[in-house]
Design a protein around this ligand. Structure first.
Ligand SMILES: N[C@@H](CCC(=O)N[C@@H](CS)C(=O)NCC(=O)O)C(=O)O
Length: 333
């Protein structure tokens, strides 16, 4: 039976897959059929009815051994996925309580960037740098699209086109043909390369190769170490459906060990990279948003790592807090 109706079923599946109910509202196709049938496009509703008729017809045919079945000759070529939505077509994301640079009419926006964001350490890394760059050059402005990661918006097909890894943050550079960048370290390096030509927050690879290399080393250390380990610690502490003491201890110990590595680096300097006592750079922007949430991660205080504590406070001292205060990033916890 199913094989004879399979083209109709395939067409229905595609119709649902690209409907607003799935793409924008984040429902499963089965939920759309059951609970939101009347909101579906007429095409999907008709396909659903035709599929139903087809299956019923096949049953009748089996009973009666006769006749062609409506739908069994239905031709269907799988459809091309729709183009990625414009920012204003993205799901109705929880807007911020205050909306400083966040535009609800983003298609009209002339700001060069759109940042797909959630209020997590990874989300804040690009905003820290963007705010710094904007303070130097107001043309470096951006819209923020908040992604509700609890609703898996970041796994929807339109988002996967921007970031196949299905995670925030993603930066889209409208001024460079909507070039999309994912992975926090790649995003901040991209911003520096194109929009910090004076090397305010990084080092010139040609004239300061060692400082540049050291900055990269600390960026990679945070990207491959602090972030993933502290992220797992948070998962097993706060979100895992089962209590696994071994995992909690393993990631707590590892996070503390990594804080210890930062402590060694910071014992005679203020910032992770740069000559002398260092310079506030991408390396700190990449690292401190993680350290900052130590309490959330179950670490009572930073007393064991006094220089890390100072660096954490330093970052919040130099950071432009007006915007970050509004989107919920206070100072160090
Ligand atoms: N390595 C990635 C990690 C990004 C990441 O883990 N993002 C989290 C929020 S902090 C996320 O999107 N989680 C939702 C999910 O995994 O589906 C980066 O640095 O950008």
């Amino acid at each position: 039976m199913a094989s004879s109706c399979q083209n109709l079923i395939a067409a229905l599946k595609d119709c649902l897959k690209y409907s607003d109910c799935v793409m924008k509202d984040g429902h499963k196709p089965s939920e759309c059929l059951k609970e939101h049938f009347n909101e579906l496009p007429e095409e999907c509703q008709n396909l659903r009815k035709a599929t139903f008729e087809c299956k019923r017809g096949m049953l009748d045919m089996r009973k009666r051994f006769r006749g062609n079945i409506v739908g069994s000759q239905f031709e269907y070529t799988p459809r091309e996925p729709p183009p990625p939505p414009t920012a204003s077509q993205t799901p109705d994301l929880n807007s911020f309580s205050t909306k400083p640079t966040i535009s609800s009419t983003m298609t009209d926006s002339t700001k060069p960037f759109v940042l797909y964001f959630a209020g997590t350490p990874n989300g804040f890394m690009p905003t820290v740098l963007l705010e710094e760059l904007k303070a130097i050059n107001p043309a470096v402005d951006y819209d923020v699209e908040k992604i509700d990661i609890s609703k898996n918006i970041q796994k929807e097909p339109w988002f996967i086109k921007l970031n196949p890894n299905g995670r925030i943050p993603v930066l889209v550079d409208r001024s460079r043909n909507n070039f999309a960048v994912f992975e926090t370290a790649a995003i901040i390096l991209y911003l520096a390369q194109h929009y910090d030509k004076d090397f305010n927050f990084w080092f010139n690879p040609a004239t300061q190769p060692d400082d540049y290399s050291e900055m990269l080393q600390w960026i990679f250390f945070a990207h491959g170490g602090v972030g993933p380990m502290q992220g797992q610690l948070n998962h097993f502490n706060k979100f895992a459906p089962v209590d696994i003491p071994y995992a909690k201890k393993r990631y707590l110990d590892e996070t503390k060990r990594l804080f210890g590595v930062l402590e060694i680096r910071l014992q005679d300097r203020d910032w992770l990279a740069g000559p002398g006592r260092g310079k506030f750079s991408l390396a700190d922007i990449k690292t401190v948003p993680w350290v900052r949430i130590y309490k959330f991660s179950g670490i009572e205080n930073l007393d064991e790592w006094p220089n890390v504590k100072v660096c954490c406070h330093n970052l919040f001292r130099v950071m432009r807090m007006e915007f970050h205060g509004k989107i919920g990033l206070g100072g160090p916890l």
